[in-house]
Design a protein around this ligand. Structure first.
Ligand code: CA
Length: 227
C-alpha cells in the first residue's frame, strides 16, 4: 500500500516515514500543502496522512483541492488542533478519519490499517483464502496453520493481490502501490518479487497460487483449493 505523508515538521515527518516504511508501506513525503496536492495529481495513493498546520497552502485547503481530483484516496487528518470545529470541518470536507497530536504511533498504525481495509471493503484484520491466511496487523502469513516467512515487500505484494482477489493486477499497478517514488518503472523488480513469493507458496502448499495473465498481470483466483 502506498501512502503520502504531508507534514512540515521534519522530525515528525521522518519518524512517521521511518515507522511506516518499517511496517512495509511505500511512503512518499510532502513538506507543504501545495506539494501534497501536486503529488496526489501524479501518483495514486491509497492513503494520505495530512497535517492541518502547513506552511503556504494549509491542510484544509489541500484537502479541498485533492477532493476535486476525484481520487479515491483515503485521508487521515493529523493535527495539534483539538477543537471539535476542525474535526467536523475536516470530516465534512471528505477526510476519512482524524487523529489529534500527540498520539501513539501504534494508534496511528491501527487507524491506517483500518482505513486501508475499508478502501478494499475488507472488514477483517486477516485476509483468508483456503488455507492461506495473512494477518495484516502482525504482517504474518500462515499456510494451513504453519507460518511462512515473507519479507515486508513480499508481504505487501501478497496483501495487495489478496485484497484484489479475483482481479488481475498489472506490474505497473503493483509498482504504483507497493513501491515509493524511488521505484524504477523499467526494472523487472515486480517479476523478481512475484517469483520469490510463488516459490515460497509452492514450497508451503504445493501451489504457486499467483497466476500470470498475459497482458493483464497477476491474479490470485477466488476459488478455494487445499491451500
Ligand atoms: Ca505542522
Amino acid at each position: 500500500m502506498r501512502l503520502l505523508i504531508a507534514e512540515d515538521e521534519e522530525d515528525m515527518r521522518e519518524a512517521l516515514c521511518y515507522g511506516l516504511r518499517k511496517r512495509g508501506y511505500a511512503v512518499d513525503e510532502a513538506a507543504d500543502g501545495g506539494e501534497a496536492v501536486e503529488l496526489c495529481e501524479v501518483n495514486e495513493y491509497d492513503l494520505l496522512i495530512l497535517d492541518l498546520n502547513l506552511p503556504g497552502m494549509d491542510g484544509m485547503e489541500a484537502l479541498r483541492r485533492i477532493r476535486q481530483q476525484e481520487r479515491q484516496t483515503k485521508v487521515l487528518i493529523l493535527s495539534a488542533r483539538s477543537q471539535i470545529e476542525d474535526k467536523i470541518e475536516g470530516l465534512d470536507r471528505g477526510a476519512s478519519d482524524y487523529l489529534t497530536k500527540p498520539f501513539h504511533f501504534g494508534e496511528l498504525e491501527a487507524r491506517v490499517r483500518a482505513l486501508l481495509r475499508r478502501s478494499f471493503l475488507q472488514p477483517e484484520a486477516a485476509l483468508v483464502r483456503g488455507g492461506l491466511r495473512l494477518d495484516t496487523a502482525a504482517k504474518a502469513v500462515t499456510v494451513n496453520g504453519r507460518p511462512v516467512e515473507f519479507s515486508m515487500r513480499e508481504f505487501a505484494i501478497l496483501e495487495y493481490l489478496m485484497v484484489n482477489i479475483g482481479r488481475p493486477v498489472s506490474a505497473e499497478e503493483l509498482l504504483e502501490h507497493i513501491w515509493d517514488s524511488e521505484a524504477d518503472p523499467f526494472s523487472n523488480q515486480v517479476k523478481v518479487y512475484i517469483s520469490a513469493i510463488r516459490r515460497k507458496l509452492s514450497a508451503a502448499c504445493g501451489q504457486a497460487l499467483i497466476r500470470s495473465i498475459r497482458g493483464a498481470g497477476y491474479v490470485i483466483d477466488r476459488e478455494e483449493s487445499s491451500c
